[in-house]
Write a protein that binds this ligand. Sequence first.
Ligand code: M6R
Length: 599
Amino acid sequence: MCGIVGYIGNREIKSRLIEGLRELEYRGYDSAGIAVMREGRIESFKAVGKLSNLEEKTKDFSTKGPGLGIGHTRWATHGKPTELNAHPHMGEYSYVVHNGIIENYREIKEMLEKRGITFLSQTDTEVIVHLFELEAERYEDLFLAFKATIEQLDGAYAVLLITQKAPDTIFFARKGSPMIIGRSGSGEIFFASSDAPLIGEADEVAYMDDGTVGFVTSETLHAEPDSLCFVPLQGDKMTAQKGGYRFFMEKEIYEQYEVMSDTMIGRVLDEDIAFEEIDDAFVDGITRIKICACGTSYHAALTSSYLFERLSKIPVNVEIASEFRYKEPLLTDDTLFIVISQSGETADTLEALRMAKEAGLKTLAVCNVDNSSIVRMADATILTRAGIEKGVASTKAFATQVMVLWMLSLYFAKRRRSMEHDAIKDELRFMSYVPKVLQKSLEVHEKCKRLSKRYLHGHGFFFIGRDIFYPLALEGALKLKEISYLHAEGYPAGEMKHGPIALADAELFTIALMPKTLLYEKTKSNVEELSARDSTILSISPEMFDLADDFILTHPHNHPMLEFFEMMIVEQLLSMEIAIRLGNDVDMPRNLAKSVTVE
Ligand code: M6R
């Protein structure tokens, strides 16, 4: 989704802004723009499409000496992805960039139009800059004018505004959309929508609270409320780069065995699961669990519903957050409300969490981004520790979500005494094998690359599986469609005969998840039914299957979750190789955004 950057300092401004925006490309965008203060005058450039188009447009422009600027990547919500709709939006003498949605922009626009102001774009954002210039006629103090502007906005926003009337100042405000301010030892100031552009640039950062409004110059920083708390910024640029892989997605698939160890460290013990973030009191009185999430995180949630019910004997209900929020759900206070989100900024999930909080439920977030909106709102958070995930198609975030939820189901099992001590110990032992299994599973990459050439056409893919392999089938189908743009569906294997089997023919590709440790014979019968209708079958299994056209042989394991994680890697690699052969940008698939901050 949209990305914001801002910079005050002595280095060349344009390059700082464009480099910052490049670090935010993974969020998804369709146009970009910058506004730079040069000798007291603002110059602005915008381009539709990739950042290289903006670079081309600005190739003859540069700055020398101290200055400032703001930049933006836009993912269209109000109005098409055109140059006019791209940010920054301008007034007579000021420019603004904005993430989020101004819900009452129509009323404000109407009021401004009545006063003779002409709008150039179809965006909600443009009202901010005109409103500011109107307020600046009322208030001599420009910060008061900015504050008065922000007070009139309903909705979600992260806003940066610059004006020729205060050429050394960036005004900022945040509510509901993320924004971070950073500073370096040499006095530079940075703004960004996430850590990524700040790594290697800022020495310390402050994650703005909702409702923060302020201004900054190279000399002064003023925020209201005065709650900015600067902390050292961890991480280095290298870890945020591709490190020799063709795509971030590929790098992230390969990182999974390492990040999984991070996820488990200090939590998976010999005889217990320990979470620093929650204690026994937190789960006291909980007799049911409700989980809300979107996309891949929803698939992790669905997987966990099998684990919670099987291991902890606790009823679990899983809902897609965008459905949950409008269904007038019945919530009881013996329910633990869990939200799962990689980014921690997904608007639908955030709203579901807000509803649960308002209903007085205990809330727990399983999230990858510390200090994100979801983390701040939940009563407690278990961080998945996957590290920055840049590929829009989620891989390592999914793996670590499933792991945290598996751990959580054992945590409950122990506290609810639903499993014998030895059974818990066995489960923990299997858990500790996961990083090794993930590493070994990567051996299948070459086979996926070779096979991918046979799966570039056809009229559709069915990913099928049973039990926990059903959500994994859903995830496989989502991965493939996101990056290859081929039609794919995930189905419970036993459900095919109730309708979808009508589609079966040689051009229908069935990707069959056939684990040996769980319902093998049942799944096999379902695959045979498809094979009998001439569907092309690719079986993923530790056992050869005569009726399959192709197979990917997995390692034999004696726990379903080990088979699950190995098959997850196969799905990720296969989808990625198909998409690469089709010539797609797998890191930034069309129409998608990494962080979906609109509903
Ligand atoms: O950041 P979140 O986990 O809340 O995001 C939810 C979905 O938007 C996300 O999982 C999406 O489906 C991914 N593109 C999947 O690869």
